[in-house]
Design a protein around this ligand. Sequence first.
Ligand SMILES: [Zn+2]
Length: 101
Amino acid sequence: MFCPKCGKDFRGDCVFCPYCGAQVAMPVQQQQVRTNAVAVVGFLLAFLFPPAGLICSIIGLIHAKNCGDSGRKLATAGIILSVLVSFIYSVFGFMLLMLLV
Ligand SMILES: [Zn+2]
């Protein structure tokens, strides 16, 4: 796919050019939903299963960086949240272990 503004060739189905930021395709609803879905899933998984949430959020962030998508903030929040939740779970797990022993 070629950018109509800077003429650079790039892979993927990005809505915005990764080089100059020009809009190269009409924002397709499905593309935006799919990109944000990874970030949303990562954000939700951060509560349920932090390691999976962290992986999903990183994938979401990488995709958001390539396409200049708005899911970047959510993916970043998901990464921070995954780390925080896993830390909290570790502390609680340790406390529970101390209570049982
Ligand atoms: Zn461009």
